[in-house]
Design a protein around this ligand. Structure first.
Ligand code: FAD
Length: 485
């Protein structure tokens, strides 16, 4: 097979697609299309008839109509940073990948209403920068910000580090424009904060992972940019203590906690093994390490105090000193400069890459009621250690979300470990404690078996009914999110 070998299939469809988006925007050789065919995890890789890169909503609609007429699967794709195999075709399905990356305009920014209208292919970091240029912030924040797109963020209802204050992507979105499976276009970009006119189709498409339509643009809320920040790495006495500290900080700062990230010592160790230039924030190991960020846009919080620190930092430190006296906190490191803040965040955002680089692992993205986090982690860590696993856990603790990865313990061989038995234990306790098996990454292809096993049957039936009603020929990202009936 040469680099110019066609990916697959009928030339008449490819020609029709070329007429819509132009020859240069239909990739049909393996050489050109290779990067679009494999997901970030490298676990999912497939063929496609073509990769199509439309430049407008009308072009997306026409592409969808052509595929629908020929019963070809349409696979919407953004920055390909999804972690569940949702953005690449299912092996065996004749598919066209619709990459939204050319639709990358920020259409308008309303400083008065504090909203922004952006096309689906806008990279998250680009949207953050555009907001900041106008003295505002778009608060969605996580490690893939330089590559993921807002279309992907909406479709996976992405979360990240700032959910504790601003909510998930769903809560940031005021409206969408989308192409439905039959090629019709929904235009709901008014940006109204109140609009109770029937079923909320925006909320149906958000988190649908491209199975109900292609999002082409969205209106988002923007927020005042903080004028003061306190960024701290602390060692809590236990997970229970950490959660007590979170609530104390919320009370003390008027709900100013922007991030409360769980980073226990084994996670820090794995990061330092893969990225030796990253330093441990504290001298002593922190069994319950937490990266905390508190922010405020109140001018008074940015005032300089007599000792040269800013008021917000002093307030936070005062509270943490009380927490230390009470034995909730054992040690604290405060970022004294933007560089130190960036170093702490670089450490946090390196974890997925570090675990991926350091060997095979099974990744869980779970959420629990806050009060159940400590019992869950304590019991699971003990059980998994007995089975020969080393749990590598980090998480957006402030919103009860843990990324709980199982890797092989020192001296153990991954292939010999009882992974299926371990998964059963993990999910059984999760179910007992009212947790979710997918907090923020979605279902895609990788979590279909657990979706089939654990999601309430009545909810699954309702989801299938919605899918059948909107996409009767099942051409919109088939084989994702919904397990086969
Ligand atoms: C290092 C790293 C850290 C991460 N951290 C987090 C985190 O903290 N929180 C979190 O929530 N996620 C995280 N993720 C996962 C990932 O970044 C998010 O799921 C992201 O929202 C995916 O965006 P994308 O543009 O890359 O979408 P893709 O991967 O291209 O697609 C994801 C899904 O959305 C669908 N889709 C994409 N665009 C559209 C569209 N325009 N219309 C309809 N459907 C569409 C695809 O079909 C697919 O099902 C992380 C990933 C990495 C690699």
């Amino acid at each position: 097979m040469t680099a110019d070998t066609p990916i697959k299939g009928p030339t008449s469809i490819v020609n029709a697609l070329r007429e819509v988006v132009g020859e240069a925007n239909v990739l049909t050789s393996l050489n050109e299309a290779a990067a679009y065919l494999t997901d970030w995890t490298r676990q999912f890789s497939s063929e496609a008839l073509a990769v199509v890169r439309p430049g407008s909503t009308d072009e997306v609609a026409e592409v969808v109509r052509i595929c629908s007429a020929h019963n070809i699967a349409v696979v919407p794709q953004g920055g390909r940073t999804g972690l569940c195999g949702g953005g690449v075709p299912v092996a065996g399905d004749p598919s066209v990948i619709v990459s939204l990356t050319r639709m990358n305009a920020i259409r308008s920014l309303d400083e008065t209403g504090r909203t922004v209208v952006a096309e689906a292919g806008v990279v998250l970091e680009t949207l953050q920068d555009a907001a900041l240029t106008n003295g505002l912030i778009f608060p969605l924040m996580f490690g893939a910000k330089g590559s993921c797109t807002i279309g992907g963020n909406l479709s996976t209802n992405a979360g990240g580090s700032n959910v504790v204050r601003y909510g998930t992507t769903r809560e940031l979105c005021l409206g969408i424009e989308a192409v439905m499976p039959d090629g019709s276009v929904i235009n709901a970009l008014t940006g109204l904060r109140k609009d109770n006119t029937g079923y909320d189709l925006k909320d149906l498409l958000i988190g649908a992972e491209g199975t109900l339509g292609i999002i082409t643009a969205a209106v988002f809320k923007l927020f005042p940019a903080p004028s003061a920040r306190a960024t701290v790495f602390l060692s809590a006495a236990s997970l229970e203590s950490a959660i007590a500290v979170l609530n104390r900080l919320q009370d003390h700062t008027g709900g100013g906690v922007e991030a409360f990230e769980y980073m226990p010592q084994p996670a820090v160790d794995v990061i330092r093994k893969v990225f030796p230039d990253i330093r441990s924030p504290l001298e002593n190991p922190a069994e319950t390490g937490i990266l905390v960020e508190v922010a405020s846009s109140r001018p008074a919080d940015a005032e300089e105090m007599e000792d040269g620190s800013i008021r917000l930092n002093s307030d936070v430190m005062e509270l943490l000193a009380d927490c230390m006296e009470e034995g909730l906190v054992l040690d604290v490191m405060v970022a004294q400069s933007e560089q130190q803040r960036n170093d702490l965040w670089r450490m946090r955002e390196s974890i997925l890459e570090a675990i991926t680089e350091s060997g095979p692992a099974y990744h869980l993205d779970i959420s629990l009621p806050l009060a159940q986090i400590a019992p869950y982690v304590n019991e699971m860590d003990a059980q998994m250690a007995q089975l020969g696993f080393q749990p590598l856990t980090v998480g957006h603790l402030g919103d009860g979300n843990l990324h709980y990865a199982l890797s092989a313990a020192e001296g153990r061989v991954w292939e010999e470990l009882p992974l299926e038995g371990a998964k059963q234990k993990v999910f059984a306790l999760l179910t007992r404690l009212n947790g979710s098996f997918s907090a923020e990454h979605g279902i895609g292809q990788s979590k279909l078996p657990v979706m089939a096993a654990l999601k309430e049957q009545t909810q699954l039936a309702a989801m299938h009914a919605i899918k059948r009603a909107l996409d009767p020929s099942n051409t919109m990202n088939p084989g994702k999110l919904l397990p086969p009936v």
